[in-house]
Design a protein around this ligand. Structure first.
Ligand code: NAD
Length: 344
């Protein structure tokens, strides 16, 4: 099946080419560098399948152009699908398939990396030692052992995070719309969000972005947090109200902030902008805090996860070609966050 893969980077092409060598009936793939937007969508004219990433624009305008050009399948190279207008896709008869799980370990391990780095200030120590500054002032952390971790969203990733943090001897609190027995078995106690925020030394977000979870961490939620607590978001940027978090950092209510995602990341992440003047003042303010650590949506980026993303994407395309449907199709129920809540 002719497939246009938008927004491809060299490392993704290499992963696709490796996988294609062992694929029985490989689809005909064309790699396109541009992001998918209403302006670039006409490039997909005549392609039955279009493959897109998290920072592509899959709003109604783009989808209309794709459908008019003969596209039937949107194969997402991501688990999250909050960047797709699912209602518009359904109206246009487009199937939207995703990669529901590729490595919860990749994201969970990066989450824990942010926690450890922020706590023990390893990013600052690295710079100091390279400059011959061996002083310890300002580098003091705290024992994670005995502290309380609050995990918001206890699906696949949240559960792996819970397992790792339990290994550090942390007390586990959890919040979700549905209790996960695997987390309960790890010793997690479920709480309302305000209760979790009030008791947790580390709050880490692992729920999807839905209309219900947008700005879940806003000024009111921050006011409920334990003073000086650490906030980590490796899920989706808009779970957090960035301006409210900035105010929380300035007041000291938030003691540490670790982000792998940012609500306006579409204009920044995945590109080398080191020669550009960055126009986003909200983002640039965050970079000035010594207790903030930001990575550019790389939590998924392991060899294993990329291999699984490519394998599932090719399987989604193959299933659609053979059956005209996909097991990994996203439905309107998923989109509303009400599909039994777990977004498999
Ligand atoms: P999952 O579907 O297995 O788990 C999500 C959990 O969130 C479910 O248990 C669900 O019930 C819960 N949830 C839904 N609505 C909620 C609400 N209002 N409050 C609390 N909990 C709620 O998903 P997952 O595989 O664990 O992934 C979690 C998120 O991680 C994804 O939605 C995605 O946005 C993000 N993600 C980020 C990266 C990255 O590279 N940074 C990579 C993959 C996934």
């Amino acid at each position: 099946m002719k497939t246009a893969i938008f927004n491809t980077k060299p490392y993704e092409r290499a992963a696709f080419e490796t996988a294609l060598r062992t694929t029985a009936q490989p689809p005909e793939l064309d790699y396109l560098e541009p992001h998918l937007t209403p302006v670039t969508a006409p490039l997909a004219q005549g392609y039955r399948a279009v493959c897109a990433f998290v920072n592509d624009d899959l709003g109604a305008d783009t989808l209309r152009i794709l459908a008019a050009g003969g596209t039937e399948l949107i194969a997402l190279r991501s688990a999250g699908f909050n960047h797709v207008d699912i209602a518009a896709a359904a109206d246009l008869g487009l199937t939207v398939a995703r990669v529901p799980a590729y490595s919860p370990h990749a994201v969970a391990e990066h989450t824990v990396g942010l926690i450890l780095t922020l706590n023990r200030k390893i990013h600052r120590a690295y710079q100091r030692v390279r400059e011959g500054n061996f002083a310890l002032g300002g580098l003091m952390g705290f024992d994670l052992h005995g502290k309380t971790a609050g995990i918001v969203g206890t699906g696949k990733i949240g559960t792996v995070v819970a397992r790792i943090l339990r290994g550090f001897g942390m007390r586990l609190l959890a919040h979700d719309v549905a209790e996960n027995p695997d987390c309960v078995a790890l010793g997690a106690e479920y709480r309302t969000l305000p209760e979790l925020l009030a008791e947790s030394d580390v709050v880490t977000l692992h729920c999807p972005l839905t209309p219900d979870t947008r700005h879940l961490i806003d000024a009111a939620a921050i006011a409920q947090m334990k003073p000086g607590a650490m906030l980590i978001n490796t899920s989706r940027g808009a779970l957090v109200d960035t301006r409210a978090v900035t105010a929380g950092l300035k007041s000291g209510r938030i003691g540490h902030l670790g982000l792998d995602v940012y609500e306006e990341e579409g204009d920044l992440f995945f590109e080398d902008l080191s020669d550009h003047v960055i126009q986003d003042d909200v983002f640039m303010r965050l970079l000035t805090f010594p207790n903030v650590l930001i990575t550019a949506h790389q939590a998924f980026f392991t060899h294993e996860a990329l291999g699984n993303i490519v394998a599932t994407t090719l399987a989604n395309i193959a299933q659609y070609q053979a059956e005209g449907r996909c097991d990994n199709a996203v439905t309107l129920q998923h989109h509303s966050g009400k599909a039994g809540a777990r977004s498999r």
